[in-house]
Write a protein that binds this ligand. Structure first.
Ligand SMILES: [Mg+2]
Length: 187
């Protein structure tokens, strides 16, 4: 089978990682409970920043956010390696900016994710992901972002939402822990 994965906040805990970096840079100590209750994807509101200030800060810290040691979600790496060992194809489809393509691909490899030649796609907009997912004829696709998942309804791909605070309204099958994936594929 062909399985596609978003990266940020689907396989790795990027927003929480950025939240810690924001706390440090802004010399604040906003609690993780605030993060865990955020109703939107953007984290700037937890620090009293406007959308514009938040955007500027994210941009200025982007390299540090992306390439320092962001935690992977438990079991993500192990389960994806098992899938490849079982003969499945694993694809990555991330809307990180295009100039982050090679460093992001290398980061995944350095952190133990299986990345086969031609299975890594980066630099498209959220609304363009659907075209890649369709062209690859994926059987399964996993993402955290409502704006992406909402574009996939007309495709035969089985879409799953990675459970996060800001996507609770989506009526899609839900992955809470990556441990569930193996059982789900057998079921
Ligand atoms: Mg994401």
């Amino acid at each position: 089978m062909k399985l596609g994965f978003d990266i940020d906040d689907t396989l790795i805990n990027l927003r929480e990682h950025a939240f810690h970096i924001y706390n440090h840079k802004l010399q604040q100590n906003v609690g993780l409970d605030v993060f865990q209750a955020l109703p939107s994807m953007e984290i700037h509101s937890a620090f009293g920043l406007s959308k514009e200030e938040g955007g500027k800060l994210w941009h200025s810290l982007r390299d540090e956010i992306y390439y320092s040691d962001c935690a992977t979600f438990p079991h993500a790496r192990e389960v994806l390696n098992e899938l490849v060992e079982q003969g499945h194809e694993v694809y990555y489809i991330t809307a990180r900016p295009k100039d982050h393509t090679e460093r992001t691909r290398q980061w995944l490899i350095d952190h133990g994710f299986p990345v086969a030649e031609g299975h890594f796609f980066c630099g498209m907009s959220d609304s363009e992901k659907v075209h890649i997912i369709e062209a690859l004829e994926l059987d399964y696709y996993f993402d955290d972002k409502p704006a992406v998942l909402e574009t996939l309804a007309h495709l035969p791909v089985r879409s799953y939402v990675k459970d996060r605070s800001y996507n609770q309204h989506l009526a899609l099958p839900r992955i809470t822990s990556w441990e569930e994936l193996n059982d789900m594929l057998k079921g």
